[in-house]
Write a protein that binds this ligand. Structure first.
Ligand code: ATP
Length: 234
């Protein structure tokens, strides 16, 4: 059974239609990537799943129809979203940012355990434990944004352009961490303009163009396809 399934999903910003009936399936344990150019509808796809834009069609998560659920219900159900631009709390410390990520977890011991777990993937954050989020580098803030999303112990992680604006060495680090999280069992839907890196670590991929899925296949097949190479890897 699929963990997450989008059936003919349309999305609207007022009178503007940003998604034109897309179908996407994510199975438990997969990294699925959604690639496409600026304005193609990648972020809107993630926002649709999280209940942040007006949609039509059907979104199923763990077999439940979540299409009309509120954003907080969707988050509580196990869907974590790391939006574009790493929106951490700049004035709060790393510790406080992580605690905010687990705001609904009452058991303090569990919160501590999850913070320790996050440090396994992000040792850098441990070194910066008492530093204000906003004073850290772009790469560290991206790590904090992902670590914070993991504090709810989600079943799926939706990542929106995690490599954006990062120096090449940090881009490699972020993609390595995404792969490590997946190897430990996390299911990931990864939105990227960096098609090469995304397809390198993904199992399957979808290509979106002006609100429509125009290609879908195993990631290695997409990576070697002429169309993808010309449009997204040139
Ligand atoms: P980018 O990488 O540039 O963010 P994207 O593929 O994520 O691109 P979206 O942000 O999903 O693209 O945008 C899809 C379409 O919806 C675009 O035409 C965009 O202009 C439009 N759009 C996005 N957000 C809004 C909004 N808040 N109001 C009106 N139109 C919007």
């Amino acid at each position: 059974m699929s963990l997450l399934q989008l059936n003919k999903v349309e999305a609207f910003y007022g009178g503007i239609q940003a998604l034109r009936g897309i179908d996407i399936t994510v199975h438990q344990g997969e990294i699925v990537t959604l690639i496409g150019s600026n304005g193609a509808g990648k972020s809107t796809t993630l926002k649709s799943i999280c209940g942040q834009v007006q949609t039509k069609g059907e979104i199923l998560f763990e077999g439940k129809n979540i299409t009309s659920w509120q954003p907080h219900q969707i988050a509580m159900a196990g869907i974590a979203h790391v939006p574009e631009g790493r929106r951490i709390f700049p004035r709060l410390t790393v510790k406080e940012n992580l605690e905010m990520g687990a705001f609904s977890v009452k058991d303090k011991k569990q919160v501590k355990q999850r913070i320790e777990q996050a440090f396994v993937y992000f040792p850098r954050l441990k070194e910066r434990y008492h530093q204000a989020g906003g004073t850290m580098s772009g790469g560290e803030q991206q790590m904090l944004a992902i670590a914070r999303a993991l504090m709810m112990n989600p079943d799926i992680l939706l990542l929106d352009e995690p490599s954006m604006g990062l120096a090449p060495v940090l881009v490699d680090q972020i993609f390595d961490i995404i792969q490590e999280l997946n190897a430990a069992g996390m299911t990931i839907l990864l939105v990227e303009q960096n098609a090469y890196h995304a397809l390198k670590i993904a199992h399957r991929g979808y290509v979106i163009q002006t609100g429509e899925i125009v290609m879908q296949d195993y990631a290695d097949v997409l990576l070697s396809s002429n169309e993808v190479q010309e449009a997204y890897l040139a």
